[in-house]
Write a protein that binds this ligand. Structure first.
Ligand code: PLP
Length: 371
């Protein structure tokens, strides 16, 4: 289906200030340093990185992650996996449950084209996946998802996980690849020592479950989990084999204080459209350019910002008494999104910028792929 609006002219080679706004930018130098920092952590470790591509939805960035040493990719949704498979990625974990006949049929079609692994936490779903895989002559790798405290998907560690793992192992068309446990409730714990203690306490029952399965004769090749806030704790925990971190490539305003070793690389370029009084700037980026569920974005390079409030298409920047900002309508402002993953999903393209010049324009190929 063709979009109902014309494509903008190719911006490759333009100076950033020539871009129309709001525009999504990625600073290539910062992105490359983030990739190198993460690669440095995993070098020589038993665990590896399987980056979560829901963060950027952009094959160009995923290719750079693999080139930096990552093995395979993680997707949140089937449609994301379909886009990345079409772009040539052949080792994909969908860290989610694929439920319902329509979705299962699509999963089978995808599994003919790429090695796809899915998470399970339900007997009926296991039976449905097994029957479909058998009909298709496939052997589908599956991770049993264990709830390690987040209270989202997953069965309890120990016997409930063992029962599902046995069912998977007994299904002729499924392969028990291992376990998944995501400690998403801990990724933003601010104090590093507290984060480490709580993450290790959450991982202990996951790794005990691994040992239980192995004692019962069920091999566990994969134990998958972890995010940007926990990669160095979970990625060093004995028995964990892969880490699903995604946000480290961009580091949004929410992750910034938690992860100072990474730099913000994702920005919204906005234009000042109104300066109604000396204490207020209004820019052309609101909730349709940068999401607000984790709070407002951060404003780059302007002293004395008191608050930022977003409405649909406006960002109101209130300036404190005594500020020195002289910006006028037409001037440009950069914002650091408060949540990179949902912000990227608002944009069709990502402008890859180096030292003020647009080096490339990358499609956000899996934008809107939440089905
Ligand atoms: C299942 C799963 N794994 C990993 C992540 C890690 O993401 P991030 O690196 O953005 O913290 C997420 C984020 O929501 C997730 O849902």
């Amino acid at each position: 289906m063709a979009p109902c609006y014309p494509d903008p002219p190719d911006a490759t080679g333009l100076a950033v200030d020539e871009l129309d706004t709001p525009a999504l930018l990625v600073d290539l130098d910062a992105l490359e340093r983030n990739l190198a920092t993460m690669a440095g952590f995993f070098a020589g470790r038993p665990a590896h990185l399987r980056p979560h591509v829901k963060t950027h939805k952009c094959p160009e960035i995923a290719r750079r992650q693999l080139a930096a040493g990552a093995r395979g990719i993680t997707c949140a949704k089937l449609s994301e996996a379909e886009v990345f498979a079409a772009a040539g990625f052949d080792d994909i974990l969908i860290a989610n449950q694929i439920v319902g006949p329509g979705k299962v049929a699509r999963l089978m079609a995808l599994a003919h084209r790429a090695r796809v692994t899915v998470a399970v936490d339900d007997q009926e779903n296991i039976a449905a996946l097994s029957e479909a895989a058998q009909r298709e002559g496939l052997r589908l790798p599956v991770l049993v998802e264990v709830d390690i405290g987040m209270g989202r998907c997953g069965v309890a560690p120990g016997q409930p996980a063992l029962a599902l793992a046995r069912m998977v192992a007994d299904a002729p068309s499924l392969e028990l690849a291992g376990l998944m446990g995501y400690e998403g409730h801990l990724v933003l714990v601010r104090d590093p020592a507290e984060r480490k203690a709580r993450v290790e306490a959450a991982l202990a029952p996951l790794i005990e479950t691994r040992a239980l399965l192995e004692r019962e004769g069920l091999p566990v090749r994969v134990v998958s989990g972890g995010g940007t806030g926990t990669y160095d704790i979970t990625g060093a925990y004995p028995g964990v084999t892969e880490i699903q971190a995604g946000s480290y490539v961009f580091v949004d305003a929410t992750y910034r204080p938690v992860r100072p070793e990474f730099e913000p690389s994702l920005f919204i370029l906005a234009t000042v459209i109104s300066r109604p009084d000396p204490g207020r700037l209004v820019v052309d980026a609101g909730l349709k350019a940068t999401t607000g569920e984790f709070g407002p974005p951060q404003v780059v390079g302007i002293e004395g910002v008191e608050s930022v409030r977003l409405s649909e298409e406006h960002g109101r920047i209130a300036l404190a008494e005594g500020h020195t900002a002289t910006l006028r309508p037409g001037d440009r402002v950069r914002l650091i999104p408060s949540h990179c993953c949902t912000t990227v999903n608002l944009h069709d393209r990502l402008h890859a910028v180096r030292r003020g010049i647009v080096e490339a324009v990358w499609p956000v190929a899996a934008r809107g792929c939440s089905w």
